[in-house]
Design a protein around this ligand. Structure first.
Ligand code: ATP
Ligand code: MG
Length: 353
């Protein structure tokens, strides 16, 4: 189970290490195109790392290199201390577009990854049901993807990635195809499971265009430059979970990152970004400066997808409960609960017996 506290990750062994990674592609029109250049990256056990960058900066390419699906044109990639020569064991991926097999049920979709690992049928079933239950899809085992909402499909995507108990889960814009509220529900469910140590994995590497999402979830954020893609800045996020979007320090960090990404950062902002890794009390207690709303108000937003502004409730985004359970999770989402109850007779729970 992961150690979610950032300080403990410093001494944790690296899962993935990239040193001087370069990726070029050839095209008939433009010759050699350098997509990634001199990328250094280390992911350690117990951390969530975010990759933020403009479209085309090579984030998905980097994920494919980390997974071993694509060999880089240059540089070295190691997985648990060994050079990567092909697809890595102990790694799974969640895609923006869910990538489910439409002719397979939820259970079959989730079991599929285990079949490829040669795990016996009974054990496959047990682990798939466990992953489905963990992620809040209990009762939908026999449903087909077309019968599910987008949020539920992505829950299948998460179950399928978690069922293999990966050391590292790669996430390529996992919430960006969902509507704002569905994305927020799933995001907070995932982070809550992580904080509770209930996700059967060690680390996550998540590509996102959403600065708020990165600050909400990640321990470390890497900002990618474009043409070529390389790590332009690394920001440690020291806020404890559950994080509060309304905290002035949270808002200030979001705005500072936005300024950094749009090249409007002043020396003062650069200093604050470097300083962001310290564990922080709420901003009011820490005496931090007011948020730089003026920066984002004037900055151009057309170069990349803006982060959705969510309804502000004034409460922490991660819900807490003395007795965490999936029923609590589904109770938080009335439409989900409704569907779950009417759907039960069609998709008998005998499947999960
Ligand atoms: N197999 C390929 N052959 C040629 N060019 C490629 C290939 N894969 C990626 N590219 C190019 O590499 C660049 C980076 O692509 P990539 O998908 O990694 O960017 P990205 O940062 O994930 O973008 P987005 O945020 O839009 O998903 C793009 O210009 C893309 O056209
Ligand atoms: Mg991409």
């Amino acid at each position: 189970m992961p150690e979610p506290v950032q300080a403990s990750t410093l001494a944790a062994p690296p899962i993935v290490e990239l040193v001087g990674v370069r990726q070029t592609f050839r095209s008939a029109d433009h010759g050699e195109h350098v997509v990634l250049d001199d990328v250094d990256l280390t992911i350690r056990e117990g951390e969530i790392v975010g990759l933020l960058g403009r479209s085309g900066s090579g984030k998905s390419t980097l994920l494919r290199i980390v997974s071993g699906l694509v060999a880089p044109s240059g540089g070295a990639v190691s997985w648990c201390g060994r050079p990567v020569t092909g697809p890595c064991d102990g790694l799974s991926m969640v895609f923006q577009t869910f990538a489910l097999f439409p002719w397979l049920t939820v259970l079959e979709n989730v079991e599929l990854g285990l079949e490829a690992l040669g795990i016996a049928a009974a054990e496959r079933r047990r682990r798939a049901l466990e992953a489905i239950d963990l992620i809040g899809l209990d009762g939908f085992e026999s449903a087909y993807p077309k019968e599910l909402s987008g949020g539920m499909r992505q829950r299948v995507g998460f179950s399928r990635a978690l069922v293999v108990h990966p050391r590292l889960m790669l996430l390529d814009e996992p919430f960006s195809a969902l509507d704002v509220l569905t994305a927020e529900t799933l995001r907070t469910d995932i982070i809550e499971l992580w904080v509770e140590g209930r996700l059967p994995l060690k680390s996550m590497l998540m590509v996102t265009h959403n600065i708020e999402e990165a600050v909400l979830m990640c321990d470390r954020i890497l900002i990618f430059s474009v043409n070529p893609g390389r790590v332009a800045a690394e920001i440690k996020v020291g806020f404890p979970h559950p994080r509060n979007r309304l905290d002035p320090a949270f808002r200030q960090l979001v705005d500072d990152i936005y300024a950094r990404m749009t090249n409007r950062a002043s020396e003062e902002i650069e200093r604050r970004l470097k300083d962001a890794g310290r564990d922080r009390a709420p901003a009011s207690a820490a005496g931090l400066a007011a948020p730089l709303h003026a920066v984002s108000a004037t900055a151009s937003r057309d170069c990349w997808k803006p982060s959705p502004r969510l309804p502000m409730t004034g409460k922490p985004t991660c819900r807490r409960s003395p007795t965490p359970s999936i029923s609590r999770r589904t109770n938080c989402f009335p439409s989900w609960r409704r569907r779950n109850s009417w759907a039960s007779p069609r998709w008998p729970t005998a499947m999960s017996a």
